[in-house]
Design a protein around this ligand. Sequence first.
Ligand code: ATP
Ligand code: MG
Length: 328
Amino acid sequence: MEQELEIKSIKSMKDTPTLEDLPGVGASTVEKLSAAGFGDLMAVAVATPGEIVDATGMTEAVAKKAIHAAREMLDMGFSSGIDVYEKRKNVLHITTGSKELDKLLNGGVETTGITETYGQYGSGKSQIGHVLAVRAQLPPEKGGLGGQVVYIDTESTFRPERIVEIATSLKMDPEEALRNIKIARAYNSDHQMLLAEKVEDLIKKDGLNIKLVIVDSLTSHFRAEYVGRGTLAGRQQKLNKHMHILSKLADMYNLCVYVTNQVMSKPDQFFGDPTEAIGGHIVGHNSQTRIYLRKGKKGTRVAKLVDSPYLPDGECGFMITVGGIEDI
Ligand code: ATP
Ligand code: MG
C-alpha cells in the first residue's frame, strides 16, 4: 500500500506530460510519431486522425482518443481576456530606424511572436535582418532590447561588413556588435530545424540573453528539397513543426523572431502584383506579423502590413542606406 502511494506520488511529480502519457501509445508508436514530425503533444493535438493513422498505423479510433487526450493534457481551453491582456503588456519592440515602419508595426518588431517579411529578390528582407541584428543590441532607451542575436543563415547571405557599417553609424563598437551575433549556416532543412532547437540551449545552458532569432531564409531549403505535389504534405508538416519551435521560443523567452520568405508568381493573376508568399497557410498562420516588401520609386522600398491580428492594414515607404534603413 505504502509502495503504491510512493509510485503514485512519483508519477504526479513528473511536471509536463509527454507523448508516452497518451492512451494507446507505446514506445514504438512514440518513435513513429516523432519520425513523422509529431514530436510533441502540441503536434498531436492539432493533427487530424488521418495524419496520425498514416504516421503510425494505429486504428482511427485510437488516433482520435490520442488526439483528444493530447488536447486535454495541454489544457487547450480558455484563459480570461485579462490574462491575455496582462501578457501582452510584456511585449517589447526593436525599432527599425524608420519611424514610418515602426509606426506601421506599432512600435517596431515585437517579442512573443514571429515577424515575417516576404518579397522578391533585392526587396530588402535580408537588409532588415542585418539592421535588426544590430539594433536589438541597443539599450531599451535607444529602441533596442539590450540583447544578443542568433542568425540562422540558409543562403550564405549574412555579411559581417554590413553589420560593421550599421553599428558604426549607430556609434556602437562594431566588433562588440559582431561578437553579440551568433551565426549558424544551415545546410539543409533538417539542419535548420536542429539549429532552431539549439537556441534554447544557448539561453538556458550558456546563459546568453538572446532577444532576437533570425531565420534568413525560412523557406529556401524546404522549397528546394521538396519538389513536386506528392511531397507537399510532408514539407508543410515539417515547416509547421519548425515554426512551432520558433513561436515557442518567442513566447517562452519574450524574444523576437524575424524570418524572411520568398515569393512565387501566381500564374493565374494578370493584374496587380502577381506574387504570393511561399509556404501557404502554414507560414501565414504561424507568423503573427507579415510584411510584404517591394521596390518603390527611385530606389525606395514599400512595406505593406498584411493580415495583422490587431493592427490596421497599411503601407509605408523607407530607404536602405549605409546606416541601415530610414524614412524617405
Ligand atoms: P533575396 O530574396 O535575394 O534574398 P532580399 O530581399 O534579401 O533578396 P536584400 O539583400 O535585403 O534583398 O537587399 C539587397 C538590396 O539592398 C541591394 O540591392 C541594395 O539595393 C540594398 N543595399 C544593400 N546594401 C546597401 C547599402 N550599404 N546601402 C544602400 N543600399 C544597400
Ligand atoms: Mg536575402
